[in-house]
Design a protein around this ligand. Structure first.
Ligand code: SAM
Length: 283
């Protein structure tokens, strides 16, 4: 039996049995492998790091999408950076208020191969008439695009190595702020705090100059090993990260969503982080 062993952390990692190798390729941008694992189902990894699995993807995609979308309320235009597997796009399109989604993904191969081997991630989302797909570097797009601003921007990128590194830079955050409507919400995946504490510290330092309210909320995703993943939040409205749970409940019920991880209570509590995480952040 061959094993996939993740290479993200030095001296600690995870191994998954490759019960069936489905596809492996060095794309123009990164090494991509998709395989079946008897516990997690189909798994995709990029440059040796697990990106998503059939079994636990709902946790990450629901929390990356429904927290900003239900906090903002009735978002019309949404920008997704990365997200080539289509899970974020699938969840965004569930919101009836959404009129247009622009997705900027650097690697066409990820979209094509995930449509083929992980079809339930996008579940047809790439064919929705509200969607525009740009195959481009997300950094260049947010810095240069001449486009109507967005209500919500979601950066669903790889870790800060390889093509994803630029998506953790000050310039990228400045570009995202440029493309946000007043009081729009920016969220980004930001690594597992216990394993990559420097990512949290760097993001707070680089994001806070552009947003009045820079904070993090947590989610525990089994295959993002090592504890809670911190999702970065940037917004100029200080209140919408602290909405009353009854309002979140009203919006959730009105949305018609039927989530497997997200609840309004989980949304509200996710912004309360453990002391060791708070202690890493500047007051
Ligand atoms: N959920 C995963 C996580 O939290 O690590 C991320 C999944 S998604 C597959 C990551 C996507 O970011 C990939 O499709 C990758 O091609 C894309 N990506 C990496 N760097 C990028 C860049 N500079 N511009 C646009 N997309 C990028």
């Amino acid at each position: 039996m061959s094993l996939f062993t993740e290479t993200l952390s030095d001296g600690y990692g995870q191994s998954l049995s490759i019960d069936e190798l489905l596809f492996e390729q060095q794309t123009d941008h990164q090494h991509l492998i998709i395989f079946r694992n008897r516990f997690f189902g189909r798994v995709m990894a990029l440059d040796g790091i697990v990106q998503t699995t059939e079994r636990d993807e709902f946790i990450y995609h629901e929390m990356m999408v429904h927290v900003p979308m239900l906090a903002f309320g009735a978002a019309r235009r949404v920008l997704i950076i990365g997200g080539g597997d289509g899970g974020i796009l699938r969840e965004v399109l569930k919101h009836q208020s959404v009129e247009e989604v622009v997705q900027v993904e650097i690697d066409q191969a990820v979209i094509d191969l995930c449509k083929t081997f992980l079809p339930n991630h996008s579940a047809g989302a790439f064919d929705d008439p509200r969607v525009t797909i740009n195959i481009a570097d997300g950094m260049a797009f947010v810095c240069e695009a001449d486009i109507e601003p967005f209500d919500v921007i979601i950066s669903d990128c790889t870790d800060p190595i390889g093509p994803g590194e630029v998506l953790f830079s000050s310039e990228f955050y400045q570009g995202c702020k440029r493309l946000l409507n007043p009081n729009g919400v920016f969220v980004a995946q930001n690594g597992v705090v216990f394993m990559q504490p420097e990512e949290l510290i760097n993001t707070q330092h680089r994001l806070s100059p552009y947003f009045t309210d820079t904070r993090f909320y947590g989610v525990a995703v089994p295959t993002y090993i090592g504890g809670i993943m911190a999702l970065a939040w940037g917004c100029d409205d200080l209140q919408i990260s602290k909405l009353d749970i009854s309002l979140l409940q009203q919006r959730y019920q009105a949305s018609g969503l039927n989530c497997r991880y997200y609840t309004p209570a989980v949304h509200a509590s996710a912004f309360h982080l453990p002391a060791y995480v708070q202690n890493l952040l500047e007051p």
